[in-house]
Write a protein that binds this ligand. Structure first.
Ligand SMILES: [Zn+2]
Length: 108
C-alpha cells in the first residue's frame, strides 16, 4: 500500500452528516450547466473552472463574504423544483462517494 493512499484510507469509514445545506453543496458543474441553460450570467463565468474560482473562498473570510457567494448562484436554482430535485439527487451521490451513510439535508 502506497503512502498516497494511506491518507485516503484513514477517511475510509462510514460517516454521518447532521447539518448539510443543499444550496451549499451544489456541484459547480450543475450551477454552470443550469445558468447556461437559463441564460443567467455568473459574473462572466465561461467554464466550470470559472464558476469554481468565483464561488470558492481561498482565504479566511467573514460570514458575509461566504454568504455573498450564495447571492451569485441562488438565482440559478431558485423556484425551480426540478433543479432542486436534481441537486438533492446529486448530493446523495456525492455524499455516498464520500462514505456518508446518513445525512440530514436542508434547503434555506
Ligand atoms: Zn445551517
Amino acid at each position: 500500500m502506497g503512502s498516497s493512499s494511506a491518507a485516503a484510507d484513514e477517511f475510509n469509514f462510514p460517516k454521518i452528516e447532521l447539518h448539510l445545506h443543499l444550496d451549499g453543496a451544489v456541484r459547480h458543474s450543475t450551477i454552470f450547466e443550469l445558468a447556461k441553460k437559463k441564460k443567467i450570467d455568473l459574473h462572466g463565468a465561461k467554464s466550470v473552472e470559472d464558476v469554481k474560482k468565483l464561488l470558492v473562498t481561498h482565504q479566511p473570510a467573514n460570514l458575509a463574504k461566504v454568504l455573498a457567494a450564495f447571492d451569485i448562484f441562488i438565482p440559478v436554482i431558485k423556484n425551480d423544483a426540478s433543479a432542486l430535485e436534481r441537486i438533492a439527487y446529486e448530493t446523495c451521490e456525492d455524499q455516498s462517494k464520500a462514505g456518508v451513510i446518513y445525512f440530514e439535508g436542508r434547503y434555506r
